[in-house]
Design a protein around this ligand. Structure first.
Ligand SMILES: C[S@@+](CC[C@H](N)C(=O)[O-])C[C@H]1O[C@@H](n2cnc3c(N)ncnc32)[C@H](O)[C@@H]1O
Length: 268
């Protein structure tokens, strides 16, 4: 039932059943559009994470909080799952002196992230490849910390994703992420039980401040700028973000955007 609902929501949001193809289109559009970034920047003001330049609702406060939760030391290894164009993981790596490996299902995202490595001065410390929440392709116990921004909701089999994250994480390492929870069909009410059952102790579980106003304002900006976005990106590339802007607001009524920090237990 949950899988069916998830597919239905995917269909409503993207008009297709395939996230990989939808995100490839979105990233092609984002690369062409200065206006899309301007819309987000206007809403986020000083919370806009300029360097990270994300495809998410990540704020500067979130970035600093994720960095604090991960508590990485210089030379340690970070992974960013569903890394998109690589900004969040590279921002944290640059700030902490850690190395980062990012994985994403979208080839467009991985190619863009790889191109951006020199922007962060991480030529020998950042690497990106194709991988998913269920099969990251990363080494067992190879990471001191794992992060993920606004993407865990895209892995409907939450326990399977958390098992993979636990496999890759060293005992005692932290998984820090933002996503949504709430009383809507394809998400668990909260992620606490899934995390605990997968061998994590929860250290932080908080709603992010001001998220809903920002998210709705970005959607409103997109709808108001529809014609200009279509002109800039082309109708085909603009279609997925316009569709998301129209279809997501009602879903948010029963949802919360959260930031979570969970530590993998030493022994299971
Ligand atoms: C909202 S974007 C966030 C991207 C990035 N974290 C950021 O903040 O810019 C969601 C990302 O999840 C990726 N994605 C979707 N399903 C995935 C899966 N099952 N495993 C890994 N990545 C996935 C998409 O390709 C997309 O890059």
């Amino acid at each position: 039932m949950k899988t069916m609902m998830m597919s239905l929501i995917c269909f409503m949001c993207y008009g297709k059943w395939n996230f990989k193809s939808a995100y490839n289109t979105i990233y092609q559009g984002q690369e062409k559009s200065a206006l899309f970034k301007e819309i987000v920047k206007t809403v986020f003001k000083d919370e806009f994470p300029e360097d990270a330049d994300t495809l998410s609702f990540l704020t500067m406060s979130d970035l600093n909080r994720l960095t604090g939760i991960l508590a990485l030391k210089k030379g340690e290894q970070l992974a960013d799952i569903a890394c998109g164009r690589g900004g969040p993981g590279m921002w944290v790596a640059r700030k902490t002196g850690a190395a980062v490996r990012g994985v994403d299902i979208s080839e467009e995202a991985v190619a863009a992230a790889t191109r951006r490595i020199p922007d962060f001065g991480l030529e020998r410390k950042a690497e990106f490849g194709i991988g998913s929440f269920y099969a990251t392709g990363l080494e067992t116990h190879g990471c001191d910390g794992i992060m993920s921004v606004d993407a865990l909701w895209l892995a409907p089999d939450r326990n399977r994703a958390l098992r993979e994250i636990s496999r890759v994480l060293k005992p005692g390492g932290r998984f820090a992420f933002t996503t949504w929870d709430g009383n809507i069909p394809f998400m668990p009410d909260d992620h606490k039980k899934n995390l605990e059952d997968s061998g994590f102790d929860i250290e932080v579980y908080e709603e992010t401040r001001g998220w809903k106003e920002r998210q709705l304002a970005v959607y409103e900006g997109i709808i108001n700028a529809k014609a200009m976005l279509e002109k800039e990106m082309g109708k085909r590339l603009a279609a997925p973000i316009i569709k998301e802007a129209k279809s997501t607001p009602p879903v948010l009524d029963k949802s919360r955007r959260i930031i979570v920090g969970a530590r993998k237990r030493q022994y299971r």
